[in-house]
Design a protein around this ligand. Structure first.
Ligand code: HEC
Length: 651
């Protein structure tokens, strides 16, 4: 509720501090002040809430966490720890400390505030359930039931749920659902909006299971009703270490357990039903330049995950962790250790220590052969290649691993010894098609180099490689005065990759056509914690010289079917359906439905925030919905709006 009390006057003499006797006096006076000013809305009885939450045990607890009380998202997502200092600042002016809180109040006298806080400090909270052990000894038992392995295996043909960041293990972003079609898309309308208070990077890919949407908003995780956008629960994580970047791209779910990476290097598991923490494992560390942003993939009892942070000189890897305990099962070094194969491609062994190779985008899985496909990002330092002579494996490579053991099956590098931050970042869609009368298993590989290619998964033969952006000064090298090059730092295919419609054998992709001037540092960089390990820099062309590109390709020949340009860079996901439409969104805030046949806009709606995250479609009670992610894209990409999910359906 919104209190109309702006200021509370508490008539108490000024107290001096410094002795426990005085503290006790303080507490006694605080009780009187509390009763006069707070008790109308709060109790100090554990578990008994009034207009406001019970204040029993409030000193020392995390803001907005007490069970059984529905907080505003402003307070729930404030990330505050209620120590004396934060409480004092809150009571000085609640809405200054927590903009948007429903408790609109000020206690102007410092001594009054101190007395109330001293009193509240004497009151025990409810017996709290022991915090889930960081490393549980026994497998956890979630309350709810999530998708089974059988459901994950059948995800490709599931047109009710959206079970992996890119829809299913093949990453096709295709749903066989035609209620919304080219004929009726114009009569779509927004039906609800979930809006968070967070103006941070908004790149998440929603997951949908049985009508509930699971998303990440920075460190927060939310379960949202897919028909009403009402939050079922939100979980907030308090970082316990250095946070290099706040970007996050989504969760994975199985057997009632939701898993995601955190900014501080913790892999965490939540109960899908309640949002309660089941376990957490610190698997990466900001002190090494690492953070975690990719959406996990779950197969059998394994969570596949690896850190990002190449641009801060991390040395990265991919690992498998047990779904029920977080225990590590295997690990494959994407930058080899000195004694491992591939190390010989780093002529200076010292350069391995901060070699890069981030994971930050979805991965893909061929369940028939048990092969996991991993896109390893750029080497570090990004622009100063002289510090790391050699080809720098496995940077900018597709790495094919045995999903159960982590053994290397094959790899293929695109752009060895990269000096352009040209991450290879997409290893999907996987698809099978008849090529000249022979059925072949294929993989789409693309990234920030502005190329999209299709390879044979068995022979690694390349069927085609086509440009999706301008490519200029591709083989030059950054210089001290600077080299204008396309794609630039944010150019090419970013964290949202292509989609594939099997009915028409068409690949669709969006790309950033955004160039820039790359400069080389005059002297070799030295690595330092939480500092870009670049050895140079990039001045992007002005944003009005950047373009978004949308293209449709014949998936076998690579022939362009159509191409559309947009006035700004493009990083939003594309989702295709058997209804002949593409669901996507643009930097200028518009949610878009396009005709797959020609790219024409069939419907648009201004969501009030930039669109650069996931767009998914699903059914609840037999009706088709579309959920689109809207809000600031990132510090680099820019954009506007607090993170939100906007859901659309037909009238
Ligand atoms: C008119 C009703 C009202 C009064 C009076 C009031 N509060 Fe609140 N208080 C609330 C509401 C409602 C919330 C929940 C706010 C939200 O969710 O944003 C709240 C939340 C809080 C919280 C956050 C608790 C948590 O678990 O995060 C604290 C601390 C708090 N109040 C302290 C006080 C103190 C101390 C006083 C007296 C000086 C006081 N309040 C007076 C209504 C009130």
């Amino acid at each position: 509720m919104n209190s109309s009390i702006r200021t509370v006057f508490v008539a108490l003499p000024l107290l001096t501090f410094g002795s426990s006797a005085l503290a006790q006096q303080d507490a006694a006076r605080g009780k009187t002040a509390y009763e006069a000013n707070c008790a109308a809305c709060h109790t100090v009885i554990p578990g008994k809430h009034g207009f406001g939450p019970s204040l029993a045990g409030v000193v020392g607890r995390e803001a907005g966490t007490v069970e059984g009380y529905k907080f505003t998202s402003a307070l729930a997502q404030s990330g505050l720890h209620w120590d004396a200092k934060n409480l004092d600042e809150f009571l000085t002016n609640t809405t200054t400390k927590v903009p948007g809180t429903a408790m609109d109040l000020a206690v102007p006298n410092p001594a009054d505030r101190a007395a109330i806080i001293a009193y509240l400090g004497t009151i025990q909270g409810p017996a709290t359930a022991a915090k889930a052990a960081a490393a549980p000894a026994a497998p956890v038992m979630p309350r709810g039931a999530g998708p089974t392995q059988a459901e994950l295996l059948a995800a490709q043909s599931n047109n009710r749920d959206w079970l992996y960041a890119t829809h299913d293990y093949t990453g096709a972003r295709y749903v066989d659902l035609a209620q919304i079609s080219t004929k009726n898309a114009a009569s779509l309308r927004p039906i609800c909006i979930y809006r968070s208070d967070i103006p941070g990077p908004t790149q998440t890919n929603p997951i949908v299971y049985k009508g509930v949407i699971y998303v990440t908003v920075e460190k927060y995780t939310a379960a949202i009703d897919g028909k009403t956008c009402r939050a079922k629960w939100t979980h907030k994580w308090k970082a316990d270490g250095r946070e290099i970047s706040l970007a996050n791209r989504g969760v994975a779910i199985k057997d009632g357990i939701l898993v995601r990476g955190q900014t501080d290097g913790n892999l965490i598991a939540l109960d899908m039903e309640s949002g309660k923490l089941l376990w957490s494992r610190k698997i990466a560390n900001g002190d090494n330049g690492q953070y975690m942003s990719m959406p996990p993939l779950i197969f059998e009892d394994l969570v596949l995950y690896g850190p990002a942070g190449a641009d801060w000189g991390a040395k990265n890897w991919i690992g498998a962790f047990k779904l029920t305990t977080g225990e590590q099962v295997w690990k494959f070094n994407l930058i080899p250790d000195a004694n491992e194969p591939g190390a010989e491609t780093w002529k200076d062994p010292k350069s391995l220590e901060h070699g890069g190779a981030s994971l930050w985008t979805p991965i893909s899985l061929d369940v028939k052969t048990g092969t996991l496909y991993v896109p390893a990002g750029n080497p570090a330092p990004d622009f100063y290649g002289d510090l790391r002579p050699g080809d720098n494996l496995y940077t900018n490579s597709v790495v094919a691993l045995d999903v159960r053991t982590g053994k290397l099956k094959w790899y293929k590098q695109f752009g060895p010894a990269d000096v352009w931050d040209g991450d290879l970042d997409q290893v999907s869609p996987l698809f099978s098609a008849n090529v000249k009368g022979k059925k072949r298993d294929l993989i789409t590989v693309s990234g920030k180099d502005g190329l999209m290619r299709v390879l044979d998964r068995d022979t690694q033969e390349m069927l085609f490689e086509v440009p999706v952006t301008r490519r200029e000064n591709i083989d030059a090298k950054p210089t001290v005065p600077g080299v204008h090059r396309c794609p630039g730092l944010l150019g090419g295919i970013e964290y949202n990759g292509p989609a594939y419609n099997p009915k028409t054998q068409t690949l669709f992709t969006g790309a950033n056509d955004w160039c820039g001037i790359f400069t080389l540092a005059g002297t070799a960089p030295t690595w330092a914690v939480q500092t870009h390990y670049y050895g140079g820099g990039v001045t992007p062309d002005s944003a009005d010289q950047s373009k978004g590109v949308l293209m449709a390709f014949d998936a076998i020949s690579g022939k362009v079917k159509w191409k559309k340009e947009w006035a700004h860079s493009w990083s939003s996901a594309l989702t295709t359906t058997s209804g002949g439409v593409i669901f996507t969104g643009a930097y200028d805030n518009d949610f878009l439905v396009l005709d797959q046949a020609n790219g024409e806009v069939l419907y648009r709606f201004n969501t009030g925030g930039s669109m650069g995250g996931g767009v998914v479609t699903y059914q609840v009670d037999g009706k088709q919905y579309v959920a689109a992610v809207s809000g600031v894209i990132s510090g680099f990409h820019g954009g506007s709006g607090t993170s939100a999910i906007v859901v659309f359906a037909l009238r």
